[in-house]
Design a protein. Structure first.
Length: 127
């Protein structure tokens, strides 16, 4: 049996349930921070493309790549927050952990970006 909760009412309403083992909550937080690092890397990539890729891409393509990276960063940041909350609730209510929707979305997004870039640079490499 865990100690009674002394959380503020908003936290208790948002999370509910019983306090889980702190190790699980801290592991959930580390996973959240890993997703946030990924979102920051995508954000940095978008900024780098806009700032340094002027000669590599035309203005419209550069804008598309930049906005795609920034959109992916927003998606990962939002998904990380929602995932953290869903896992925390599952831990507190002793339910199965939810499937990570972010994983396939990020994998597909990165694969598409890589394939597009290979398609763009292939003629330069073999032309």
């Amino acid at each position: 049996m865990h100690a009674p909760t002394h959380r503020p009412p908003l936290s208790q309403r948002l999370l509910g349930g019983d306090e889980p083992d702190p190790r699980f909550t801290l592991a959930n937080e580390r996973t959240f921070l890993a997703w946030i690092r990924t979102a920051l890397a995508l954000l940095g990539g978008g900024i780098a493309v806009e700032t340094f890729a002027g000669n590599a891409f035309g203005p419209q393509l550069r804008l598309i790549i930049t906005l795609s990276l920034l959109a992916l960063s927003i998606l990962v940041s939002t998904g990380a927050c929602l995932r953290w909350l869903a896992v925390e609730r599952a831990l507190r209510h002793r339910r199965a952990l939810p499937l990570p929707v972010l994983v396939p979305l990020l994998a597909v997004g990165c694969c598409l970006a890589a394939l597009i870039l290979v398609g763009l640079f292939w003629p330069r490499w073999h032309g």
